[in-house]
Design a protein around this ligand. Sequence first.
Ligand code: ADP
Ligand code: 5GP
Length: 186
Amino acid sequence: MDAPAGRLFLITGPSGVGKGTLVQALLERHPQIWLSISATTRAPRAGEEEGRHYFFLDREAFAATVAQGGLLEWAEFAGNCYGTPRQPVEAQLAAGRPVLLEIELEGARQVRKSFPSGFQIFVEPPSFEELERRIRGRGTDSEEAITRRLARARVELEAAAEFDALLVNGDLQQALAHLEQLMGLA
Ligand code: ADP
Ligand code: 5GP
């Protein structure tokens, strides 16, 4: 089945829960979905490419983009700024494509106000211990970054009930099937 055209979907949940993994698997199976590429002041991780994973900006350029109204939403997360470029999202929605944002909690709350008809999914880990294992297992973050992300995760998990749907990412294939069902793709 085709994804509903011109609809805004949003996936959020604590760092390390597997959002990126789920989204990449989803896009492979449903290439008609358009994924928003965010701007960030975070330094690229090994293997991350400009314009594919993120648009990497310094703080000055990020602030200038905010001042020009160029971001649909933005937030600070674990010491860096992240935001969704406005123009491409509006263009893709106008063209009738399903649009997907993968962003953190504060940004999701902003988008809820500006796109009340969007559909927002919160991804939960099977347990907090498993979340910590995944963040560490990913091997991309410093100990300081891990500590900040885990502290933030506790706050984010408390907000799960605000969302249109909850998705537990235990077994990846089961979670993917559930995500497809929630997005009307199954
Ligand atoms: P996020 O984008 O939410 O920060 P990632 O997609 O980077 O999370 O996943 C964090 C780590 O957890 C990665 O090493 C990934 O391979 C692993 N992971 C993702 N989903 C699962 C799953 N269902 N079961 C076990 N490990 C997973
Ligand atoms: P990471 O540094 O692990 O790539 O991302 C950290 C957090 O920032 C994740 O929770 C991710 O969903 C979130 N994020 C990525 N892009 C955006 C964005 O454009 N806006 C907001 N608000 N959060 C984002």
